[in-house]
Write a protein that binds this ligand. Structure first.
Ligand SMILES: Cc1cc2nc3c(=O)[nH]c(=O)nc-3n(C[C@H](O)[C@H](O)[C@H](O)COP(=O)(O)OP(=O)(O)OC[C@H]3O[C@@H](n4cnc5c(N)ncnc54)[C@H](O)[C@@H]3O)c2cc1C
Length: 467
């Protein structure tokens, strides 16, 4: 029996993986008994901000991570694939259907029992045959976060994370915006920027984004308005560390006049059919649900006061009458200093029956969180069956992520998205970035298959044969 605390991306994937291996799971989720400041429903695996799982091709490290998760029968990937909405080369989902799909799958799983209510202390986890996974995410409730801090013996780490607004489709001016996707290839900088660059950067296909074009004058006025707009108050605002891949637009505006134009408002590869020219800057909107009546502003996370968001964003051509489904907001994002306390198998060094997974464990992003839950679920199931958890090969994206989390420098530790830079390069890599990445991806998938075929039994079958 395994106890899992937190029914988010990591906790649900961990529960699924353990159940697939025949181990009963008690999954504790505090919502709706105790809400968080950002979640809005009682569903498991609710996506708090963007509806994008980022790039879905093997040329992106996060695409490789997804391929590996699919190879290991990931529930998160299965439901994401089933609820995808058009987003070019990115995997974006209908957030309602996604969370409903995960919730229904786990409710229907006989080996998983779901308990609703806050867990206020770290479960003892003294018996290795009854392991515990803590996957309570960036918004871990205070009581549990305090206990964890005491347990890991380090000052709690955090940064601030912001959410992008969503608008009603019928409030967007169809006479102004144009449908197109960026052409050209994803750059290394885009990938490093992780979810900040997500769908827009990963996308090279046709027409899945709505684009609001700005000329130089409109951009200058918008930039000025952003700089002058009033932000929501944060206690320790002056010392606020932001996740660099997900900076609020007003913070970018303060960094320089062109920062937004080279970031989320980049017009590269786009031609406005109304003028036949490339706009000076664009605001991109991505479909947010299958009904296509909600669109989110890509990379437009913000902490402006809600009234100010409406005022400033309505200056964007095409959004003059925008009605907001949800405004952007900001929240503290908690994580532990993983390299100081975690093993490559996501077990605590000092307490092997206790696993930490998800954003709390020092990874960043939906896919990475689910991936760490997947590994912790497999490891905890092994412990519960009296086996020794095995680390994934470092040559895989999964293994590389685990290696980073457990081996990076604990001084100034920063959570990470997956990137090819975390995977060791080949002894004789082929020439050219695309060929190098392709070779790394091929090696990763084949090493994962070899890992599965030595010992992973799922649903009574060798894992390599389970899809
Ligand atoms: C403001 C904000 C914006 C973000 N935007 C993005 C984005 O656009 N894209 C992206 O990839 N990532 C984003 N993230 C990061 C995102 O939260 C993670 O990628 C992902 O949700 C982490 O998965 P998780 O399973 O670790 O945590 P979560 O998905 O948050 O799941 C944790 C679960 O634990 C529950 N819980 C907490 N405390 C307790 C307790 N004591 N007892 C029982 N249950 C508890 C919570 O209710 C929650 O359901 C954002 C985070 C924040 C805070």
């Amino acid at each position: 029996m395994i106890r899992i605390v937190g029914g988010g991306l990591a906790g649900t994937e961990a529960a699924w993986q353990a159940a697939r291996r025949g181990v009963p799971v008690a999954l504790h989720e505090m919502r709706p008994v105790r809400p968080t400041a950002v979640h809005r429903t009682d569903r498991l695996a609710e996506l708090v901000c963007s509806n994008s799982f980022r790039g879905d091709r093997l040329e992106n490290a996060v695409g490789l991570l997804k391929a590996e998760m699919r190879q290991l029968g990931s529930l998160v990937m299965r439901v994401a694939d089933a609820t995808r909405v058009p987003a070019g080369g990115a995997l974006a989902v209908d957030r309602e259907r996604f969370a409903a799909g995960i919730t229904e799958a786990l409710e229907a799983e006989p080996l998983v029992t779901i308990h609703r209510g806050e867990v206020t202390g770290v479960p003892a986890a003294e018996d290795v045959r009854r392991p515990v996974i803590v996957a309570t995410g960036p918004l871990t409730s205070e009581a549990l976060a305090d206990e964890l801090t005491a347990l890991v013996g380090h000052e709690r780490l955090y940064f601030f994370d912001a959410i992008s607004p969503i608008v009603h489709a019928d409030s967007i001016d169809a006479g102004v915006v144009f449908r197109a996707s960026r052409h050209g290839r994803q750059t290394a900088a885009d990938e490093a920027a992780g979810r900040g660059a997500d769908g827009a950067a990963a996308d090279a296909a046709a027409g899945d984004y709505l684009n609001c074009p700005l000329d130089a004058g409109q951009y200058a006025r918008f930039h000025e308005a952003l700089r002058g707009a009033e932000r929501a108050q944060l206690h320790d605002f002056d010392r606020t560390p932001f996740f660099e891949g997900c900076l609020p637009i007003e913070v970018m505006a303060h960094r320089g006049v062109d920062t937004l134009r080279f970031g989320p408002m980049k017009p590269v590869g786009l031609t406005d059919p109304a003028t036949g020219r490339r706009p000076y800057a664009v605001v991109q909107l991505r479909q947010d649900n299958l009904a296509a009546d909600h669109f989110s502003l890509v990379g437009f996370q913000t902490q402006l006061k809600w009234g100010e968001q409406a005022r400033v964003l309505r200056m964007v051509p095409g959004l003059e009458r925008a009605e907001f489904v949800r405004f952007g907001m900001i929240h503290r994002n908690t994580y532990i200093n993983a390299p100081a306390v975690l093993r490559e198998t996501w077990q605590m060094r000092t307490r092997p029956a206790l696993f930490v997974a998800g954003q709390l464990s020092g990874v960043e992003g939906y896919v990475e969180s689910a991936a760490s839950g997947l590994m912790a679920g497999i490891g905890a199931a092994a412990l519960a069956r009296g086996e020794t958890p095995r680390a994934l090969p470092r040559t895989t994206a999964l293994g590389a992520l685990a290696h980073y989390v457990s081996h990076a420098s604990p001084t100034h530790y920063q959570p990470t998205n997956i990137a090819f830079g975390l995977i060791p390069s080949e002894a004789r890599p082929p020439r050219g970035r695309a060929a190098r990445r392709e070779a790394l991806a091929r090696r990763a998938l084949s090493d994962l298959e070899a890992w599965c075929s030595t010992g992973e039994i799922v649903d009574g079958e060798p894992a390599a044969r389970v899809s």
